[in-house]
Design a protein around this ligand. Structure first.
Ligand code: NAI
Ligand code: MG
Length: 483
């Protein structure tokens, strides 16, 4: 496929249904991290562009074509967006792979269908979010309405660019809002390709606006008084700063932040399944995943057996060209992320953990990082406590169930956890004891649009997916009538 010929134009903002030059005339160069070659110039949206987009979004909200579109018609439109994403799967997967460094195969079978699925799933909710008539005294009629919040600012990260954008835009549109999307600076391509799709499908102008740029562009969305809600996925540090700034305008926020998710392997686990699950849990998407199972807790009695099988399973897992169909580990997204991951490897060694595998990147071009395993990791070390966001796993032993739970919960994060056991009662006991928004038993990273997803503790606020995901974009009005 000739990408050059079809690569979306990122040098403009998409505002009010039109491609517009950035007001300040500022641009940056986007990079393909695997080849370290430029992917094109990208507009930097400034405050004036954000303001312009807020007005376009507000106008669409109150306008005839979107504001008065029936919920069923909104649903049909969302469905068509999902279908178009599916039809362009190969093209979008290629863009995603070039931009992020992730394997093309994973983008094709993971990111892109998942993004399409978000639109298809929320298409169905468009006309199914119903209010209630309340049982109050008969001299009154009292009912509730779930109204849109208004203009939504969606700030997304670089690890699953289209998928994350879809997970926010689809429920926001299903419930009648309008959106300003700020893609991550590392990965603007599929956001712009989505703008192309919306434009072709005649989504009314201003319903979705795309504003590329860096942190300052995101911050301009958060500060703007005309934006009613910020939905964010990214680092906990930025999530905290968004929460602080949002207080000034009392914006609604939902935050999907980092994690340090544990995978607990009990001595009654199906060892082969556990080994495979733990490996994909940490190495899928180069470990650049909020749910990465980056801490592995293994019961003493099977520790040696598990480690032998785990290291053997990783023998053939080496980073390679993301566009090669057989590649399962691509490039990290950027030089910055490469430096961050490298730093943690040095830190782990300084902290006295044992480097059992990997650690030293080999390629002279591209930000490739090999699968890296640390054992004997101390529970309070930074290696065990901080999000690395790379293919680095910290392994610690435990003696019994009680200790496993204590270790698992002893971090500030609480996004997800995996439990590997064949004991049914233990599976439920441990699932109930884990302080995480998601618990996977004998599986990992099984994510469904139907299921609520989000964090406990510093992993965030709010739940994406399911009915909860739609309700993130509504506010309830109560209407009480004296009859
Ligand atoms: P980040 O949190 O800085 O970036 C995420 C998004 O927020 C990007 O679109 C960025 O431009 C925007 N942003 C940055 N500062 C902002 C601000 N002050 N106000 C509004 N928007 C802002 O993440 P970054 O720097 O790319 O990665 C750093 C670390 O964050 C990673 O190593 C990883 O630990 C974590 N992270 C977690 C993600 C997750 O899925 N939960 C995704 C990406 C990063
Ligand atoms: Mg890029």
């Amino acid at each position: 496929m000739d990408v050059e010929a079809q690569k979306p134009d990122c040098s403009k903002n998409f505002i009010g249904g039109q491609w517009r030059d950035p007001a300040q005339g500022e641009y940056y160069t986007n990079e393909d991290p695997a080849r370290q070659v430029p992917l094109g110039e990208v507009a930097i949206a400034g405050e004036a562009d954000v303001d312009h987009a807020v007005h376009a979004a507000r106008e669409a909200l109150n306008g005839k074509s979107w504001g008065r579109m029936s919920p069923a018609d909104r649903g049909r439109l969302l469905w068509r967006i999902g279908q178009t994403i599916r039809e362009r799967g190969e093209y979008l997967a290629l863009l995603e792979s070039l931009d992020t460094g992730k394997p093309y195969t994973e983008a094709l079978h993971g990111d892109i269908p998942h993004a399409a699925g978000a639109f298809e799933y929320y298409a169905g909710w468009s006309n199914k979010i119903t209010g209630e008539v309340l049982p109050i005294p008969s001299s009154y009629v009292d009912y509730t309405r779930h109204e849109p919040l208004g203009v939504v600012g969606a700030i997304v990260p670089w690890n699953f660019p289209l998928q994350m954008a879809a997970a926010k835009i689809a429920p926001a549109l299903a419930t009648g809002n309008t959106v300003l999307l700020k893609p991550a600076e590392q990965t603007p391509l599929t956001a712009m390709a989505l703008a192309d799709i919306l434009s072709e499908l005649d989504v009314p102008p201003g319903v979705v606006n795309v504003l590329p740029g860096f942190a300052a562009t995101g911050a301009a969305l958060v500060a703007h008084p005309g934006i009613d809600k910020i939905t964010f996925t990214g680092s906990t540090a930025v999530g905290k700063s968004i929460m602080r700034t949002a207080a000034d305008t009392l914006k609604r926020i939902s935050l999907e932040l980092g994690g340090k998710s544990p995978n607990l392997v009990f001595d009654d686990a199906d060892l082969q399944r556990a080994v495979r699950g733990v490996a994909t849990g940490i190495y899928y998407n180069q470990g650049e995943m909020c749910t990465a199972g980056s801490r592995v807790l293994v019961q003493d009695s099977i520790y040696d057996q598990f480690m032998d099988a785990f290291l053997a399973a990783l023998r053939d897992l080496q980073p390679g060209d993301p566009l090669d169909k057989n590649t399962r580990l691509g490039s990290l997204v950027s030089q910055e992320q490469f430096a961050r991951v490298s730093h943690y490897v040095t830190l782990g060694q300084q902290e006295g953990a044992t480097l059992a595998l990997g650690g030293a990147p080999g390629a002279d071009r591209g930000y490739f990082f090999p699968p890296t395993v640390f054992t004997e990791v101390q529970p309070h070390s930074r290696l065990a406590q901080e999000e690395i966001f790379g293919p680095v796993v910290a392994i610690t032993r435990f003696a019994d169930e009680a200790q496993a739970l204590t270790l698992a919960n002893d971090v500030n994060y609480g996004l997800a956890a995996g439990v590997w056991t064949t004991d049914l009662a233990r599976a439920h006991r441990v699932a109930h004891g884990l302080q995480t928004g998601t618990v996977w038993v004998n599986t990992y990273n099984a994510l469904w649009h139907e299921a609520p997803f989000g964090g406990y503790k510093e992993s965030g606020h709010g739940r994406e997916g399911g009915r909860a995901g739609a309700e993130l974009y509504t506010q309830t009005k109560n209407v009480c009538i004296r009859i």
